[in-house]
Design a binder for this molecule. Sequence first.
Ligand code: TIU
Length: 225
Amino acid sequence: MTMLVPAEPGPFAFEPDTTALLVIDMQRDFLEPGGFGAALGNDVSLLWSAVEPLQRVLAATRDAGMTVIHTREGHRPDMTDCPPAKLARGGFIGSESPNGRILIRGEYGHDIVDALAPAPGEIVLDKPGKGSFYATDLELMLRNRGVKSLIVTGVTTEVCVHTTVREANDRGFECLVLEDCCGSYFPEFHAVALRMIAAQGGIFGWVGTSVDLLEQLPVNVAAGA
Ligand code: TIU
């Protein structure tokens, strides 16, 4: 069944069977004190506005039986997958923090915040870059499942969300970005990044809200309600 969500630059049409929810990098290292975001001098509390709307979207997409994919930015403990150029400008990667080594896989801070913990069976995708397609098997998994559209959420709007939407758009996936389910340390970057996606007739995709999505998504389909 085709769903139509009010969005910019026009309604976003999708079928739940061929759509995946992408939850990008809702990790302690970005959202909690002592991690990567905080080490870069950012106010991490700014990202928490996305959590409650995302909980509602997660519940609805789970009920609808949609594919849910959580991503995590980070590196191997030996950091062989961390480009020196990235390390030089984010020199805290691999450093010790109260939540373990910053942005290192397997550490407490690298994992997703408790409020958005992946459910059993959901895909958790580790990525070394800002984009979710770079050096990962995301495209392969999406194609194998027949996914054509992505509902994109997470942090930060202008960095990992934007990079991922650009990568997805070039690969032919149609992206709806939920503005209230994304967050940035820089409110002005958040606003402009969203405008850039929907401008020029939707040059990278569509921008909508969780409220408008949730009005369209069937609730409790799996439960028969
Ligand atoms: N996940 C993601 O956006 N990584 C970043 O480094 N974001 C910043 O805004 N720094």
